[in-house]
Design a protein around this ligand. Sequence first.
Ligand SMILES: [Zn+2]
Length: 504
Amino acid sequence: MVESFPKQFFMMFKLPLILACAIFSAHMACAAAADKYSVIPEPEKTELQHNSTRTLKLLSDQEAPTLGTDAYRLTVTPQGAHLASGGREGRIYGLATLRQLRDQLAGQPEGIPCGVITDKPRYPWRGLMVDPARFFIPTADLKKFVDMMAYYKFNKLQIHLTDDQGWRLPVPGYPKLKSISSKRKESMRNGIPHEGMYTKQELKELVAYCAARGIEVIPEIDVPGHNQALAAAYPEFFCFPNPDTKVKTDEGVTLHLICPHKPEVWKFYAAVFKELKDIFPSGIVHLGGDEAPLEKTWAKCPLSIQYREQKGMKDVHEELKEFIKKMSSMLAVHGKRIQLWYEKPWARANIYNKGDTVFTWRMGLTPSTITETKKQGLSLIIAAGEYCYLDYPQLPGQSNRGWMPTTTLEQSYRLDPAYGRPEKETNHITGVQGTVWGEHLPTLNHILYRAYPRACAIAEAGWSPMNVRSWENFRRKLADHRQFILKRFNYDMERTKENEPPFK
Ligand SMILES: [Zn+2]
């Protein structure tokens, strides 16, 4: 029954309730007030009283310096609600909770309980990653995505701007990024041309839109790999320039790694980083760093070979360490720190520096990565493939492109970012992130279909302490949230094997 949730669950519990109400109440909805709140993510502490309220008018909205900047206290009384918050973030979260309670009250006009919610996030980083490099996502669509993120108290949006299949960041002086790198002749052999490029103004507006909702936007420019789209426009940036290179039209890891020994490469990235500085106020740039087949590229590049000999470097990893360090220093000039996807061979080659933040993502490797990163003095964000890859199918039998594992809502919900380990072994974990990779998600509707309701589970994993979390309670709340989201965003979170929008 788990798999067909929420429909079956809805039918089992909600329908009899509605019928009972219809029988016992002449005209109105059910006469009984709700006896629980339906807040996702679950607040740290909820104290319910026996009375209830039918109004959630905001009666007071005050600063409470004794609370942390991301903490709030919401007091629900028969006359309305009182909000106290420790800072701007706490106020945004308190208002988000009030929004959900109002949505609950709209469906329960006989009332919801009075009580006190005292709340703050378990982790400071609660993100989602979107991938417009694969299928361009217009900013109007991203804003809708962001509205739903804010509803669930996410506070980081990572935007994967470049990859083999497309480049979406305009950079002055490099017009071929738009005329070549942002276009491809088809996607996954569908025969339909695809293109898209943001303007600087659109990205700035997106950043402002997110900031108003308490969400920081982190740009990702993937280096040295994942750069076939760049190679199509500027083959001279690569170890083995090939003027016939085209923007990639299907998925998979490529050998298009930029060459660190060409001055034009560094001139280009200086221009890229300047644009990032202008557009994104975040102090972070994600540099990717994943899936870079160095042995098949840099190891064979004549310039690289010569360089390693001159410098007495023993292998490509030493070269990579220097490359990342140089990129990092260029960004440091703009006041920015880097983040990277964690790769074990890189860690073994000592490429990460103490204090760096990395993301664990590869299926099954997170438990050992937690241990390793603790030893290395790194900060870690959990984007573990087995819980957080929100592009994977969520019900058995749905399209998996021939390789993706099914990750059910319950599986995503089971994520404890600390993996059940004690605080002293996991205090370097700063949060969680759901990643919505886009190779087969051509529209916002496809993105939302795969992202939700699993994103609700990731939100709760990042926010709520384990002692207040329960799968049963989450499912109860989610049945309500399906109605909240339908009314508020005109979006249905129902998931059945059949109702997925097809990929064309
Ligand atoms: Zn090279």
